[in-house]
Design a protein around this ligand. Sequence first.
Ligand SMILES: NC(=O)c1ccc[n+]([C@@H]2O[C@H](COP(=O)([O-])OP(=O)(O)OC[C@H]3O[C@@H](n4cnc5c(N)ncnc54)[C@H](OP(=O)(O)O)[C@@H]3O)[C@@H](O)[C@H]2O)c1
Length: 281
Amino acid sequence: LEHDEITLHYLLLGSDIRKSISPAVQNAAFLKTGFDGRYDLCEIAGPEFRGAVTRIRKSKDVGGFNITAPYKEKIIPYLARLDSRSRAIGAVNTVKVLKNGNMVGYNTDVDGIQESLKKLGAVSGRKCVVLGAGGAARACVYTALKDGYNSVTILNRTLNRAKRLVASFDSQFPRARIRVASLSSENLEREIQDCKLLINAVTNPFPFEVRFSGAQRGLKFLDLGYKGQSSILASARKARIRCMNGVLMLVEQGASSFEIWTGRNAPRGAMLAAARRELAR
Ligand SMILES: NC(=O)c1ccc[n+]([C@@H]2O[C@H](COP(=O)([O-])OP(=O)(O)OC[C@H]3O[C@@H](n4cnc5c(N)ncnc54)[C@H](OP(=O)(O)O)[C@@H]3O)[C@@H](O)[C@H]2O)c1
């Protein structure tokens, strides 16, 4: 069978993804556009990873997949090609499976972050602070540097992981100042005294209380979490900081994935409505 004669399957690969709202968001897009596709979860444990990827590559009915923690970097050796952004970031969240079984990697988290920052009204300024050094934080640091922030500070619990992140960006952005420090309330509260943009890419629950009373005027805060409200987002809102959660990012990265897979414009309104419905359940 040729790809265009059958219902194409799309997947989310990851561990601990049972509560993901991506199926609701993507299936709403298939329904709205009439594209003959279906999106499902594919939860895999570490030892099953290689076998699962091989099965997907050989199957004739998988058109592509999203990939999340902890596999965003692990997938790279299996891909025939990476787009320039996923190569620069060193992490992939979207894979298109070609008819010959070759797989191409993309990073659409960047689109989600860029759209969120635009909506938040963050104008690229001097300094941005990113909390976390995982796959999502990598995309945040890349986006900030690409968007013209010339100083990025990364705060992370595991300092070595943050240092590895810096090493991969230092040579790509030689004029930028990229620094790391450990994630603590003292460091965070000091760093937000002179920055215009704070992004949280640390897994919820956030590990400590944050006081925003000393934050620079006009600070904007993007929290990538989209389920419930993290304690840091609650504190920022209380301090009247302009904030946004990760719902728009989730929808926008999914919309870009949909466009890569299908070649059609994503129905963003229907996807956002589906995300909101699912989160309210
Ligand atoms: N809205 C969206 O579309 C979207 C997209 C992607 C991700 N996200 C969200 O972003 C967050 C990070 O995702 P990811 O893919 O980057 O995950 P990841 O690669 O597993 O990274 C997790 C990060 O959180 C830190 N962390 C975890 N538990 C911690 C704790 N108890 N104390 C201090 N730090 C802790 C880790 O620090 P260490 O390095 O020290 O372990 C690391 O920096 C998640 O909440 C995810 O839902 C949202």
